[in-house]
Design a protein around this ligand. Structure first.
Ligand code: GYE
Length: 305
């Protein structure tokens, strides 16, 4: 084991690499699209992709990274399921001389640092995503809303930051209240179940803010089962912008979505090549996020957006 006292492990410039991709789970369309994008780009460039699926377990993801280290991959792309547990895995890879690029989720910034422990983070600005949803809501409702928040996976950077951004944006609005905030683990059926329970406790809710499409779609099912009209009686707000959710915007059941695009393949491998070439890599590479509303949803659906 090569111990790196400081700085990142180097990556030799080669035509093709054996590179790990440690995925967090594969039970939803966002994850499947991300995996496909990584596989397609690896194939296009002739790289060997060592793919692991942590199946929703941070502990499994830690051991997936361990096995990539044991297999001596050239580099690791990691989508850390939770901020804290995966920080140690990042450091372990670095100590073994394997550079890590974080994809789509971040690690705790107090525990691991870009430019020292890992090369960079490629993904969205989640605080900004949450802030945009909050600001849109303030405008749309004139600062009057009774909100249920469906949070993403506990301890994940998008859940922490989408909550922070949203709550900051509505802070100081006397007429806006978060009635309840609970995790739905970024999953459709969990979102449905949580929404069903919270609806019984808070029948006066008129806004649902879900940290992703899957939970928003689950919440819509719960609202409809309770005889409420999603998008009308209760506004539905979400993040991601997958096709199914954008169709629901066109149908009037989701009111607003901030995009979080899962197609990381090209940027991931481009960054890897730039790193091997000795180029300076910024600490964060932020994806631009569009937004989906009743005004643009139909038009976007007719194109390959
Ligand atoms: O929004 C969600 C997924 O980490 C940014 O995780 C990603 C989030 C995405 O499961 O749908």
């Amino acid at each position: 084991v090569i111990a790196y006292a400081q700085g990142l492990p180097k990556l030799a410039q080669k035509k093709t690499y054996k590179v790990g991709f440690a995925q967090t789970e594969s039970n939803n369309p966002w994850r499947l699209a991300q995996t496909k994008s990584m596989q397609d780009e690896a194939k296009r460039l002739g790289h060997q992709l060592v793919y692991t699926d942590a199946a929703g377990s941070a502990a499994k993801q830690v051991s997936d990274v361990d096995s990539m280290i044991a297999q001596r991959v050239d580099a690791i792309f990691l989508a850390p399921r939770e901020e804290k547990p995966l920080a140690a895995a990042v450091k372990k890879a670095r100590a073994a001389g394997i550079p890590v690029i974080l994809l789509d989720r971040n690690v705790d910034q107090k525990l691991a640092k870009a430019g020292t422990d890992y090369v960079t983070f490629i993904g969205s600005d989640f605080i900004e995503e949450g802030r945009r949803v909050g600001e849109w809501l303030v405008k749309k409702t004139n600062g009057q809303a009774k909100i249920i928040q469906l949070e993403g996976t506990t301890g994940s950077s998008p859940a922490n930051d989408r909550r922070t951004g949203f709550e900051n944006a509505i802070k100081g609005q006397a007429g806006m209240k978060i009635l309840a905030s609970q995790t739905g683990d970024f999953a459709r059926d969990k979102g449905r179940q949580v929404m069903q329970t919270l609806l019984q406790a808070h029948p006066d809710v008129n806004v649902v803010y879900a940290h992703n499409d899957e939970m928003a779609i689950g919440a819509i099912a719960a609202l409809e089962a309770a005889g409420k009209k999603p998008g009308k009686d209760v506004m539905v707000l979400s993040i991601d912008g997958g096709r199914e959710a954008v169709q629901l915007v066109a149908d009037g059941k989701i009111n607003y979505i901030v995009e979080c695009n899962p197609k990381f393949g090209p940027k991931a491998f481009e960054t890897l090549a730039a790193y091997a070439a000795g180029k300076k890599i910024p600490a964060k590479i932020i994806n631009p996020d569009r937004e989906f509303t009743a005004e643009n949803a139909k038009q976007l659906l007719s194109s390959a957006y």
